[in-house]
Design a protein around this ligand. Structure first.
Ligand SMILES: [Fe+2]
Length: 89
């Protein structure tokens, strides 16, 4: 099992307001969607924060090219830099 932690933002936090929040975080292997987590406003206490989720996946192949998307209700999609992962089996 591979644990993939996705954290939205590094230096900058993001609002968690009712009209402006991170609604979902999606994990891809290249262009193949692997998993998706959704949030409601207030999950992070209506305070500026880093939306964060851990996906536990069982990889089909030995090499993954992991990319995460976060969807903001006001600003749209943020895409991570890809992370190449080699799975030892
Ligand atoms: Fe935003």
């Amino acid at each position: 099992m591979l644990s993939v932690n996705v954290k939205m933002g590094n230096e900058y936090t993001h609002p968690d307001d009712f009209d402006h929040f991170i609604e979902s975080v999606t994990l891809f292997n290249g262009e193949v969607k692997l998993a998706n987590a959704t949030f409601v406003p207030g999950t992070l206490g209506n305070e500026k924060s880093h939306a964060e989720v851990t996906f536990n996946i069982r990889p089909m192949g030995k090499k993954l090219n992991l990319i995460a998307h976060a969807y903001c209700t006001k600003h749209g999609i943020w895409e991570s830099t890809p992370v190449a992962v080699e799975v030892q089996q």
